[in-house]
Each structure stands twice: as structure tokens, then as C-alpha cells.
Design a protein. Structure first.
Lengths: 259, 186
């Protein structure tokens, strides 16, 4: 993203340039803009990386796992346990979806940490599409399994009758704001972290341009970049986890309403 | 989701008219709705591909490996439990055999002891009987000897008395001497 240096005037790095979606192969299928952009490229890279990781990592599928196989199996059991503990055993039929969801966000976040990479999850449209898919899927599952009884999810048990209209109103609003908080949390975390990294990188370049004195001033922002990079790796993993565990909890509501 | 895409298309048109030249760098890129459509298209494509790859190929494979391992471990544990059971049985059988052998050995020892005791007792009684017989014989012999000795004493006494009387008186009366000796001996 050092290409941003020449276009910004005073500040050597445009912190937002890394989020620009540029078409690589313009494509229009039946009026639908399906241009292959840098965002598309890194989505495909993410999918290919996950596929190679899970396929090659498992190798021959030996009884006593090697290092890579242990890691792949670790991801599997981690997500499987998460689904079982947070959404119940009957949620295991959605396990492939939740596993794919976690892996997609996790790998997209991690690949986004590569210096040349585009961070797929730093775009609200991507995170919102994932969140709304979960929201619609969970709501449909609830109605298909429980019919009108699913509406009990809006009526918490043990609330005094006088407070009930207020509580139900709050529950309905919180239910429908789920996809927003769900998507904005991931998007904002990824966006803010990457902007911060670029801003501190800009400071380093500014100080460097100042010559000998600048080299002293450069130390602090450089140290900050190192620290922030470590933090961003943590955030990348944590936000993938948070997104997935929230999905499990929403799914739990759909499978067992009125709890 | 198609409705959404259409709405975004409409949004794209309006932004397109407002900022025709440089839509990318002038606005905040993540909110640049002109890119929404292609991003959604490729997200759907890549995520569906990922879902199919995971659910059809990768996850069943991992699940199979994990299941096989779980079964194998369960089998091994079962086998270990069976071996342990067999070992316990063997130990039990051994201990039983040992106890039996010990009891039998004690029986044999007791029997031998009893037999030897009986034998000794019998021999002792036999020897005692023989000794008693010998003692009785000896006593009889002693009595006979004494009797004969006493008989001899009388004869000698009568002879001596007759001789003395004969020397002193010159009268040999054997009958009177015998009477006198018997009187004295009685």
C-alpha cells in the first residue's frame, strides 16, 4: 500500500487507500456488476487458502496426527465444541455453515494482516451480508421449527405483566438490531486497526523525511506499529471468534425459544 | 438479497451522477456503494464455494478421521479391560490352586503325623507287653530259685541239726531234727 504515498499531499500515506476497491477485470453479467476486483481476488485467495489448509493439512488422515493435521483437527473440534456448548447438540446440523463462517472470517482477517493484502472483512457490505444471512437463516429456522411459538423469543419469562409491553418492545428492537451490531462490530474493528497501522506508518515516514532528528522521533511510532501489529493479530482472531459465537447464540435462540 | 442488490444498483446510479470522475478516492471507500454489488456477487460466489467444499469434502474427511480415532481408542480401552479381566481371572485361579495345594499339603502332613504316631504307639505297646512278659518270667524264676533255695536251706539245716545232735548225743533221729527245723522255719 506504499503506492498511497505519492497521491496524498502533506501526509505520506493515505490511510484509506488500502480499502479502495479497484476492478481488475470489469465484468457485467445480465446487468449485474460482477467485476473481478481486488476484493474479489482476496475472497478467492481466502477460500483457496482455507481449502488447501483443510485438505493438505489433513494429509492421509493418519491415526496419529502430525503437526498440520493437529492444527486442522484443532479448528474442527474448537468450532464443534463452540456450537455444541452455545447452541446445543441439535445445532450440529448447521456445523458446516458455522465452520465455513468462522474459517472465512478468520482467514480473511489473518490474510488481511499481510502487507500487500486487501482486508475483505474491512468492508461493511461484506460483514453485513454475512450478518444478514445469519439473521435471516436463524429467523427462518426458528419459524420452521417452532411456528408461531418462536415469537416467545420476544417474551422473556417471569416479567411482571405491567412491564411486558415495554420489555417486548425492547426485545423486538434488540432482535432486529442484531445484524447491525453483529456486522458493525467486525467491520469497525478491522477498519480501525488497519487505519491505525497506516497512520503510525505515515508518522514513521514523516519523521524519516526530517533527517537525523527524525530518526529519533521515528522510534516511538515504529514501536507502536510493532505493538499494534501484535494487537491486530489478536483482534483478527478474536473478532472471528466473536462473530461465530454470536451466531451460535442467535441459533440457540432459534432452536430453543423461550429460554 | 437480490432486492438489496437492486437497491444498491439504484444507489450506485445516484452516486454515479453526483461524483462521476473519482468515486473511489473522494469518498470513504467502505461506504462507496458503487463497489457493493460486485463485492456481494463475489462474496456469495466464494462463500458458497467454501461452504460446498467444507460440507462436502473437508469436514466429512476430518470427521471420519476423528471418529476412527475415537473408535480405535475405545476399542483399545475395551481390549485393555478384557486383558485386565483375564489377568484377574488368572491370578484368582492361581491363588485358588495355591490354597488347594496348601490345604492338601497340610492334609498329607497331618496324615503322616497321625500314621507315625499310631505306629509308635503300637510299637511302644508291643515292647511294653514284651517287657512285662519278661518281667513276669523273671519274677517266676526268682520265686522258683528262692523256693528251691529255701528247700535247700531246710535240707542243710536238717542235715546240720542231725549231725550236731548225732555228735553231741550220738543219737541220729532224722525225724526229730526235721520236725525241729520245720518248727524253727515256720
Amino acid at each position: 500500500m506504499a503506492t498511497g504515498a505519492e497521491q496524498a499531499g502533506g501526509f505520506p500515506v493515505d490511510p484509506l487507500h488500502q480499502f479502495v476497491v479497484q476492478p481488475l477485470i470489469p465484468l457485467n453479467i445480465g446487468g449485474l456488476d460482477a467485476s473481478f476486483t481486488n476484493a474479489s481476488l482476496w475472497m478467492v485467495v481466502t477460500v483457496v487458502a482455507i481449502t488447501l489448509f483443510t485438505m493438505l493439512g489433513m494429509g492421509k488422515g493418519s491415526m496419529v496426527p502430525g503437526r498440520m493435521q493437529s492444527v486442522v483437527e484443532g479448528f474442527y473440534t474448537f468450532i464443534a465444541d463452540m456450537v455444541r456448548e452455545n447452541a446445543g447438540h441439535d445445532a450440529m446440523r448447521f456445523f458446516p455453515f458455522i465452520f465455513s463462517l468462522f474459517m472465512f472470517i478468520f482467514f480473511a482477517n489473518m490474510i488481511g494482516m499481510l502487507p500487500i493484502a486487501f482486508t475483505v472483512t474491512s468492508h461493511i457490505v461484506v460483514t453485513f451480508a454475512l450478518a444478514i444471512t445469519v439473521f435471516i437463516g436463524v429467523t427462518l429456522t426458528g419459524f420452521v421449527l417452532h411456528g408461531p411459538r418462536f415469537l416467545k423469543v420476544f417474551v422473556p419469562s417471569g416479567v411482571p405483566l405491567a412491564l411486558l409491553p415495554l420489555v417486548v418492545a425492547i426485545e423486538v428492537i434488540s432482535y432486529f438490531s442484531r445484524p447491525i451490531s453483529h456486522s458493525v462490530r467486525l467491520f469497525a474493528n478491522m477498519l480501525a486497526g488497519h487505519i491505525m497501522l497506516k497512520v503510525f506508518a505515515g508518522f514513521v515516514l514523516t519523521f524519516m523525511a526530517m533527517g537525523a532528528v527524525g530518526f529519533v522521533g521515528m522510534i516511538l511510532p515504529l514501536f507502536m506499529i510493532v505493538a499494534l501489529t501484535a494487537l491486530e493479530f489478536l483482534v483478527a482472531a478474536l473478532q472471528a471468534y466473536v462473530f461465530t459465537i454470536l451466531t451460535c447464540m442467535y441459533l440457540h435462540d432459534a432452536l430453543h425459544p423461550g429460554h | 438479497m437480490i432486492d438489496e442488490a437492486m437497491a444498491q444498483e439504484a444507489g450506485e446510479l445516484t452516486t454515479g451522477t453526483e461524483v462521476p470522475a473519482d468515486a473511489h478516492s473522494s469518498s470513504f471507500p467502505p461506504f462507496d456503494s458503487a463497489t457493493f454489488e460486485s463485492q456481494i456477487v463475489w462474496l456469495v460466489l466464494s462463500f458458497v464455494a467454501l461452504y460446498l467444499l467444507m460440507s462436502r469434502v473437508a469436514l466429512p474427511r476430518i470427521a471420519t478421521v476423528l471418529e476412527e480415532r475415537r473408535d480405535r481408542i475405545a476399542d483399545d480401552l475395551d481390549q485393555a479391560a478384557q486383558f485386565k479381566r483375564q489377568t484377574d481371572e488368572a491370578i484368582e485361579a492361581y491363588e485358588k490352586a495355591l490354597a488347594e495345594a496348601r490345604a492338601k499339603a497340610q492334609g498329607i502332613a497331618q496324615e503322616t503325623r497321625d500314621r507315625l504316631k499310631d505306629e509308635t504307639e503300637r510299637q511302644r505297646l508291643e515292647i511294653e507287653a514284651r517287657l512285662a512278659e519278661k518281667i513276669a518270667d523273671a519274677e517266676k524264676k526268682i520265686a522258683a530259685t528262692r523256693d528251691s533255695a529255701l528247700q535247700n536251706v531246710r535240707t542243710v539245716a536238717v542235715d546240720v541239726a542231725e549231725a550236731i545232735v548225732g555228735r553231741l548225743l550220738g543219737d541220729n533221729d532224722r525225724g526229730a531234727a526235721e520236725r525241729a527245723v520245720d518248727r524253727e522255719l515256720a
